[in-house]
Write a new protein. Structure first.
Ligand SMILES: C[S@@+](CC[C@H](N)C(=O)[O-])C[C@H]1O[C@@H](n2cnc3c(N)ncnc32)[C@H](O)[C@@H]1O
Length: 276
């Protein structure tokens, strides 16, 4: 079944506001990157089936209509070539995956993987993820966010382009159901420490690997887990496949930093007088 998002107009719908601080500031630059013949063919033939034509859609997506199943939805921001995305989706047929990316050759590559592996639990949106989240994903509807090797924007003057920054981290938190998670991996120590600080300061999230006493932390972190974990960072998640940018980082002897945050459960409403 094809995605049931109607094609029309553009995303600019009045009355819906972007996180003010990010207006016009993108966390990516469109890379020219060569598109192979196979990626081009996959894009042309398969995008009508697997890419959501969001057009002027300005209401939260109905996951069941999009995927044709009520399974929990993991949203991946910036899947790159999408090979890890396809592998994770193949290994988890009881979950659905929405990949958001702006890099066309990568979208072609993921479409090719979807076809090769005969996957029906992935859909793609070709657009800026910041806008997609703010406009198209309902609050408390996402089961997870995967963000693998986000662009690190190392220069100080470019820090404002970093995806993981408040207030956008608050948007991520808002979109998650209680108990759902954000899993981020990077090979940039500076970005890792920055993201740890931003996510730790985001209301509604807690860090199961945080040091006792840290905002949002629930356990001692430094030195735990056979020295794998620096304070506040998660141990490597064995289920995550290697990604293209991870391989590049490893080739330069970069350490891989993993962050894992959990959305707090919604508070149970206190009974009113009449409830006692
Ligand atoms: C450094 S690459 C990592 C790709 C892949 N996750 C990997 O590990 O190989 C970052 C990717 O995020 C995408 N990206 C960055 N900001 C984005 C945004 N706001 N919306 C959608 N994609 C974004 C870029 O186009 C790029 O493909």
């Amino acid at each position: 079944m094809g995605p049931s998002v109607p094609a029309s107009a553009d995303l600019g719908s009045p009355g819906l506001s972007l996180t003010a601080s990010r207006r016009g500031i993108k966390s990516y630059v469109l890379r020219s990157g060569r598109t192979s013949a196979a990626q081009k063919r996959a894009y042309e033939e398969l995008s009508p089936r697997y890419c959501l034509n969001i057009g002027a859609w300005d209401r939260p997506l109905d996951w069941e209509a999009v995927f044709g199943s009520p399974n929990p939805v993991t949203v991946e921001i910036g899947f790159g070539m999408g090979i890890a995305t396809a592998q994770i989706a193949q290994e988890n047929p009881d979950r659905n995956y929405l990949g958001i990316e702006v890099h066309k050759p990568g979208i072609g590559r993921l479409l090719w993987e979807i076809d090769k592996r005969k996957l029906d639990n992935i859909r793609i949106i070709e657009h800026d993820a910041v806008e997609v989240l703010e406009r198209l994903i309902g609050d408390r509807t996402a089961a997870a966010f995967h963000i693998f090797f986000p662009d690190p924007w190392p220069k100080k003057k470019h820090h404002k382009r970093r995806l993981i920054a408040r207030p956008f981290t608050g948007v991520l938190a808002e979109k998650l159901t209680g108990g759902a998670y954000i899993y981020l991996v990077t090979d940039s120590e500076d970005y890792a420490r920055w993201a740890l600080a931003e996510l730790s300061a985001t209301p509604g999230l807690r860090n199961p690997y945080g040091r006792a006493g840290d905002a949002g932390g629930d356990m001692a972190g430094a030195g735990d887990m056979a020295g794998l974990v620096d304070s506040g960072f998660a141990p490597p998640q064995s289920w995550r496949p290697l990604t293209k940018f991870e391989a590049k980082g490893l080739a330069q002897n970069h350490r891989i930093w993993e962050l894992y945050f959990i959305k707090n459960e919604d508070p149970v409403p206190k009974p009113g007088k009449e409830g006692r």
